[in-house]
Design a binder for this molecule. Structure first.
Ligand SMILES: [Cu+2]
Length: 320
Protein backbone atom coordinates (compact mmCIF):
# COMPACT_ATOMS: atom_id res chain seq x y z
CA UNK A 1 0.00 0.00 0.00
CA UNK A 2 2.68 2.44 1.09
CA UNK A 3 4.76 1.55 -1.94
CA UNK A 4 1.81 2.22 -4.18
CA UNK A 5 1.26 5.65 -2.61
CA UNK A 6 4.93 6.50 -3.04
CA UNK A 7 4.78 5.44 -6.67
CA UNK A 8 1.66 7.54 -7.22
CA UNK A 9 3.26 10.58 -5.62
CA UNK A 10 6.38 10.08 -7.73
CA UNK A 11 4.23 9.87 -10.87
CA UNK A 12 2.31 13.01 -9.97
CA UNK A 13 5.56 14.87 -9.30
CA UNK A 14 7.05 13.69 -12.57
CA UNK A 15 3.99 14.68 -14.61
CA UNK A 16 3.96 18.04 -12.81
CA UNK A 17 7.61 18.59 -13.62
CA UNK A 18 7.13 17.67 -17.26
CA UNK A 19 4.13 20.01 -17.51
CA UNK A 20 6.07 22.81 -15.84
CA UNK A 21 9.00 22.41 -18.22
CA UNK A 22 6.68 22.22 -21.23
CA UNK A 23 4.96 25.43 -20.18
CA UNK A 24 8.32 27.09 -19.49
CA UNK A 25 9.49 26.18 -22.96
CA UNK A 26 6.51 27.90 -24.51
CA UNK A 27 8.16 31.28 -24.00
CA UNK A 28 9.90 32.79 -26.93
CA UNK A 29 12.91 30.97 -28.25
CA UNK A 30 14.65 32.52 -31.22
CA UNK A 31 17.54 31.82 -33.54
CA UNK A 32 19.76 34.85 -33.11
CA UNK A 33 21.83 35.81 -36.14
CA UNK A 34 24.43 38.21 -34.74
CA UNK A 35 27.43 39.88 -36.40
CA UNK A 36 30.11 38.12 -34.33
CA UNK A 37 29.28 39.65 -30.95
CA UNK A 38 26.77 39.36 -28.14
CA UNK A 39 26.55 43.15 -28.03
CA UNK A 40 25.35 43.69 -31.57
CA UNK A 41 24.50 47.13 -32.91
CA UNK A 42 22.20 47.89 -35.81
CA UNK A 43 25.21 49.34 -37.66
CA UNK A 44 26.93 45.93 -37.57
CA UNK A 45 24.45 44.66 -40.19
CA UNK A 46 25.91 47.09 -42.73
CA UNK A 47 29.04 45.96 -44.60
CA UNK A 48 31.69 47.49 -46.84
CA UNK A 49 32.55 45.92 -50.18
CA UNK A 50 35.08 43.14 -49.78
CA UNK A 51 34.47 42.88 -46.05
CA UNK A 52 34.41 39.46 -44.44
CA UNK A 53 31.29 39.35 -42.30
CA UNK A 54 31.49 37.03 -39.31
CA UNK A 55 28.14 35.73 -38.13
CA UNK A 56 27.26 34.01 -34.87
CA UNK A 57 24.17 31.87 -34.60
CA UNK A 58 22.89 31.62 -31.05
CA UNK A 59 19.81 29.90 -29.63
CA UNK A 60 17.82 31.28 -26.71
CA UNK A 61 15.53 33.99 -25.38
CA UNK A 62 16.58 37.42 -26.72
CA UNK A 63 14.87 39.74 -24.23
CA UNK A 64 16.20 37.90 -21.19
CA UNK A 65 19.53 37.06 -22.86
CA UNK A 66 19.06 33.46 -21.85
CA UNK A 67 21.38 31.43 -24.07
CA UNK A 68 20.76 27.71 -24.55
CA UNK A 69 22.56 24.89 -26.30
CA UNK A 70 21.59 24.57 -29.93
CA UNK A 71 19.37 21.47 -30.13
CA UNK A 72 20.81 20.51 -33.54
CA UNK A 73 23.30 21.90 -36.01
CA UNK A 74 21.46 24.57 -38.01
CA UNK A 75 21.51 24.83 -41.80
CA UNK A 76 22.60 28.18 -43.12
CA UNK A 77 22.67 29.87 -46.50
CA UNK A 78 23.33 33.28 -47.95
CA UNK A 79 21.38 34.72 -50.84
CA UNK A 80 23.58 37.20 -52.64
CA UNK A 81 22.13 40.38 -54.19
CA UNK A 82 22.21 38.79 -57.69
CA UNK A 83 20.06 35.91 -56.44
CA UNK A 84 22.74 33.23 -56.20
CA UNK A 85 22.59 31.08 -53.09
CA UNK A 86 25.57 29.66 -51.22
CA UNK A 87 25.55 27.17 -48.39
CA UNK A 88 27.58 28.40 -45.43
CA UNK A 89 29.82 26.10 -43.42
CA UNK A 90 29.33 26.38 -39.69
CA UNK A 91 31.76 25.73 -36.90
CA UNK A 92 30.80 25.17 -33.29
CA UNK A 93 31.60 27.88 -30.75
CA UNK A 94 30.75 28.45 -27.10
CA UNK A 95 28.74 31.52 -26.15
CA UNK A 96 28.06 32.11 -22.46
CA UNK A 97 28.93 28.46 -21.87
CA UNK A 98 26.43 27.19 -24.46
CA UNK A 99 26.77 25.52 -27.82
CA UNK A 100 26.44 28.02 -30.68
CA UNK A 101 27.80 28.31 -34.23
CA UNK A 102 29.74 30.72 -36.32
CA UNK A 103 30.36 31.29 -39.99
CA UNK A 104 31.57 34.03 -42.28
CA UNK A 105 31.21 35.17 -45.86
CA UNK A 106 32.73 37.83 -48.06
CA UNK A 107 30.44 40.68 -49.03
CA UNK A 108 31.49 40.79 -52.68
CA UNK A 109 28.36 42.26 -54.31
CA UNK A 110 26.63 45.60 -53.90
CA UNK A 111 23.14 45.34 -52.49
CA UNK A 112 21.50 43.18 -49.86
CA UNK A 113 22.67 39.73 -48.88
CA UNK A 114 20.16 37.65 -46.95
CA UNK A 115 21.57 35.16 -44.48
CA UNK A 116 19.05 32.54 -43.45
CA UNK A 117 19.00 29.68 -41.02
CA UNK A 118 16.86 26.60 -40.52
CA UNK A 119 16.67 24.96 -37.10
CA UNK A 120 14.69 21.82 -36.49
CA UNK A 121 13.91 21.97 -32.79
CA UNK A 122 11.85 18.87 -32.13
CA UNK A 123 11.84 19.40 -28.38
CA UNK A 124 10.02 22.68 -29.03
CA UNK A 125 7.73 21.18 -31.70
CA UNK A 126 9.13 23.76 -34.06
CA UNK A 127 11.03 24.23 -37.26
CA UNK A 128 12.42 27.73 -37.09
CA UNK A 129 13.34 29.69 -40.22
CA UNK A 130 15.20 32.94 -39.55
CA UNK A 131 16.48 35.64 -41.92
CA UNK A 132 18.69 38.69 -41.54
CA UNK A 133 19.80 41.22 -44.14
CA UNK A 134 23.38 42.40 -44.52
CA UNK A 135 23.36 45.61 -46.54
CA UNK A 136 26.21 47.05 -48.60
CA UNK A 137 26.42 49.94 -51.02
CA UNK A 138 25.21 53.52 -51.06
CA UNK A 139 21.64 53.63 -52.35
CA UNK A 140 21.86 50.04 -53.53
CA UNK A 141 18.66 49.11 -51.77
CA UNK A 142 17.96 45.87 -53.55
CA UNK A 143 17.30 42.38 -52.33
CA UNK A 144 15.97 43.01 -48.82
CA UNK A 145 12.43 41.87 -49.67
CA UNK A 146 13.45 38.83 -51.72
CA UNK A 147 11.76 35.52 -51.03
CA UNK A 148 14.32 32.85 -50.22
CA UNK A 149 11.79 30.04 -50.26
CA UNK A 150 11.64 29.04 -46.61
CA UNK A 151 8.71 26.84 -45.64
CA UNK A 152 7.57 29.65 -43.33
CA UNK A 153 8.83 33.08 -44.28
CA UNK A 154 8.34 36.73 -43.42
CA UNK A 155 8.58 39.24 -46.26
CA UNK A 156 9.19 42.78 -45.00
CA UNK A 157 7.32 45.79 -46.40
CA UNK A 158 9.80 48.12 -44.70
CA UNK A 159 13.41 48.25 -45.83
CA UNK A 160 15.11 46.77 -42.77
CA UNK A 161 18.09 49.13 -42.64
CA UNK A 162 17.96 52.80 -41.79
CA UNK A 163 15.09 51.94 -39.44
CA UNK A 164 15.17 54.11 -36.32
CA UNK A 165 13.64 53.53 -32.92
CA UNK A 166 9.83 53.99 -32.89
CA UNK A 167 9.54 53.29 -36.64
CA UNK A 168 6.70 51.04 -37.65
CA UNK A 169 7.54 47.68 -39.14
CA UNK A 170 5.13 45.70 -41.25
CA UNK A 171 5.36 42.66 -43.44
CA UNK A 172 3.55 39.60 -44.63
CA UNK A 173 3.78 36.02 -43.47
CA UNK A 174 4.01 33.16 -45.93
CA UNK A 175 3.60 29.43 -45.47
CA UNK A 176 4.72 27.28 -48.40
CA UNK A 177 4.74 30.46 -50.48
CA UNK A 178 1.08 31.20 -49.70
CA UNK A 179 -0.20 34.07 -47.55
CA UNK A 180 -0.63 33.01 -43.94
CA UNK A 181 -3.71 34.60 -42.32
CA UNK A 182 -4.65 34.65 -38.62
CA UNK A 183 -1.18 33.61 -37.45
CA UNK A 184 0.42 34.61 -34.17
CA UNK A 185 3.32 37.02 -34.63
CA UNK A 186 5.84 37.35 -31.81
CA UNK A 187 7.87 40.54 -31.51
CA UNK A 188 10.90 40.57 -29.21
CA UNK A 189 13.96 42.74 -28.71
CA UNK A 190 17.37 41.42 -27.73
CA UNK A 191 19.12 42.76 -24.63
CA UNK A 192 22.80 42.19 -23.89
CA UNK A 193 23.37 40.26 -20.66
CA UNK A 194 23.88 43.13 -18.22
CA UNK A 195 20.89 45.13 -19.46
CA UNK A 196 18.78 41.98 -19.62
CA UNK A 197 19.47 41.00 -16.02
CA UNK A 198 18.46 44.46 -14.77
CA UNK A 199 15.36 44.68 -16.94
CA UNK A 200 14.12 41.18 -16.18
CA UNK A 201 14.40 41.81 -12.45
CA UNK A 202 12.42 45.05 -12.83
CA UNK A 203 9.77 43.45 -15.03
CA UNK A 204 9.32 40.51 -12.65
CA UNK A 205 8.83 42.90 -9.78
CA UNK A 206 6.50 45.29 -11.56
CA UNK A 207 4.43 42.83 -13.58
CA UNK A 208 4.72 39.75 -11.39
CA UNK A 209 1.46 38.25 -12.67
CA UNK A 210 2.84 37.87 -16.19
CA UNK A 211 6.40 39.06 -16.83
CA UNK A 212 6.69 37.42 -20.30
CA UNK A 213 3.97 39.78 -21.62
CA UNK A 214 6.71 42.44 -21.51
CA UNK A 215 9.46 40.19 -22.92
CA UNK A 216 7.47 39.04 -25.94
CA UNK A 217 4.92 41.26 -27.66
CA UNK A 218 2.30 39.61 -29.78
CA UNK A 219 0.18 40.57 -32.76
CA UNK A 220 -1.56 38.56 -35.47
CA UNK A 221 -1.64 38.52 -39.24
CA UNK A 222 -4.87 39.65 -40.86
CA UNK A 223 -6.72 37.85 -43.63
CA UNK A 224 -4.12 38.96 -46.17
CA UNK A 225 -1.26 37.63 -44.03
CA UNK A 226 -0.13 41.18 -43.14
CA UNK A 227 0.99 42.36 -39.74
CA UNK A 228 2.29 45.61 -38.27
CA UNK A 229 4.15 46.62 -35.11
CA UNK A 230 6.16 49.58 -33.93
CA UNK A 231 9.74 48.90 -32.86
CA UNK A 232 10.10 51.48 -30.15
CA UNK A 233 13.69 51.01 -28.98
CA UNK A 234 17.06 50.82 -30.71
CA UNK A 235 18.48 47.31 -30.86
CA UNK A 236 18.04 44.00 -32.61
CA UNK A 237 14.42 42.92 -33.03
CA UNK A 238 12.95 39.51 -33.86
CA UNK A 239 9.58 39.27 -35.57
CA UNK A 240 8.24 35.75 -36.11
CA UNK A 241 5.00 34.42 -37.59
CA UNK A 242 4.03 30.87 -36.70
CA UNK A 243 2.07 28.35 -38.72
CA UNK A 244 0.65 25.94 -36.17
CA UNK A 245 0.68 22.37 -37.37
CA UNK A 246 -1.43 19.75 -35.64
CA UNK A 247 0.26 16.37 -35.27
CA UNK A 248 3.54 17.82 -36.43
CA UNK A 249 6.12 20.51 -35.93
CA UNK A 250 5.00 24.15 -36.07
CA UNK A 251 6.78 26.24 -38.68
CA UNK A 252 7.89 29.74 -37.86
CA UNK A 253 9.33 32.38 -40.17
CA UNK A 254 11.40 35.00 -38.34
CA UNK A 255 12.78 38.26 -39.67
CA UNK A 256 15.50 40.19 -37.83
CA UNK A 257 15.36 43.99 -37.85
CA UNK A 258 18.35 46.01 -36.58
CA UNK A 259 16.91 49.30 -35.30
CA UNK A 260 19.10 52.39 -35.02
CA UNK A 261 18.91 55.01 -32.28
CA UNK A 262 16.79 58.03 -33.18
CA UNK A 263 18.50 60.42 -35.60
CA UNK A 264 19.15 63.21 -34.90
CA UNK A 265 19.82 62.10 -31.34
CA UNK A 266 17.31 63.18 -28.72
CA UNK A 267 18.42 66.39 -27.04
CA UNK A 268 20.59 65.88 -24.01
CA UNK A 269 21.88 68.89 -22.01
CA UNK A 270 25.59 69.65 -22.34
CA UNK A 271 27.94 69.12 -19.40
CA UNK A 272 28.23 72.93 -19.02
CA UNK A 273 24.46 73.31 -18.78
CA UNK A 274 24.28 70.53 -16.21
CA UNK A 275 27.14 72.07 -14.19
CA UNK A 276 25.49 75.48 -14.06
CA UNK A 277 22.23 73.87 -12.98
CA UNK A 278 24.04 72.00 -10.21
CA UNK A 279 25.69 75.23 -9.03
CA UNK A 280 22.44 77.17 -8.85
CA UNK A 281 20.78 74.30 -7.00
CA UNK A 282 23.70 74.06 -4.57
CA UNK A 283 23.34 77.78 -3.88
CA UNK A 284 19.66 77.31 -3.22
CA UNK A 285 20.33 74.48 -0.78
CA UNK A 286 23.02 76.51 0.98
CA UNK A 287 20.77 79.55 1.48
CA UNK A 288 17.79 77.56 2.72
CA UNK A 289 17.08 78.16 6.34
CA UNK A 290 16.10 75.20 8.42
CA UNK A 291 13.85 76.50 11.19
CA UNK A 292 15.37 75.99 14.64
CA UNK A 293 14.41 72.77 16.37
CA UNK A 294 13.12 71.25 13.16
CA UNK A 295 15.10 68.21 12.04
CA UNK A 296 13.55 67.49 8.67
CA UNK A 297 14.37 69.93 5.86
CA UNK A 298 11.54 72.16 4.69
CA UNK A 299 9.67 71.82 1.41
CA UNK A 300 12.03 74.14 -0.45
CA UNK A 301 15.04 72.09 0.58
CA UNK A 302 13.32 68.90 -0.51
CA UNK A 303 12.63 70.34 -3.94
CA UNK A 304 16.24 71.40 -4.27
CA UNK A 305 17.50 67.95 -3.20
CA UNK A 306 15.20 66.19 -5.66
CA UNK A 307 16.45 68.58 -8.35
CA UNK A 308 20.03 67.73 -7.47
CA UNK A 309 19.31 64.01 -7.67
CA UNK A 310 17.79 64.45 -11.13
CA UNK A 311 20.86 66.32 -12.28
CA UNK A 312 23.18 63.64 -10.87
CA UNK A 313 21.12 61.02 -12.72
CA UNK A 314 21.39 63.00 -15.96
CA UNK A 315 25.16 63.28 -15.57
CA UNK A 316 25.44 59.53 -14.98
CA UNK A 317 23.31 58.81 -18.03
CA UNK A 318 25.51 61.00 -20.19
CA UNK A 319 28.59 59.14 -19.06
CA UNK A 320 27.27 55.77 -20.21
CU1 LIG B 1 12.23 29.01 -24.58
Amino acid sequence: MRRKTAATIATILLVGLLLASAVGMASAHFTMIFPGTMEPKAEDYIASQGETKTIWIVWGHPYECIILDFPVEPEMHVRKPDGTVEKLTLSEITVQGKKAYKTSFIVDQMGDSIVYVKVEAEEHDLIDYTKAVIHSGEEVWEGWDAEVGQEAEVIPYMRPYGMEESFVFSGKALYNGELLPDATVEVEKYNPKETADKLVEEVKEKYSQDPPMIFTRVTKTNEAGDFIYSLDEPGIWFVGATKEVEDGLDKRGVFIIPVLAAFPAKEVPTIEEIKSRVESLEDKVATLETPAGEEAPGFGALTAIVGLLIVVYLVKRRKR
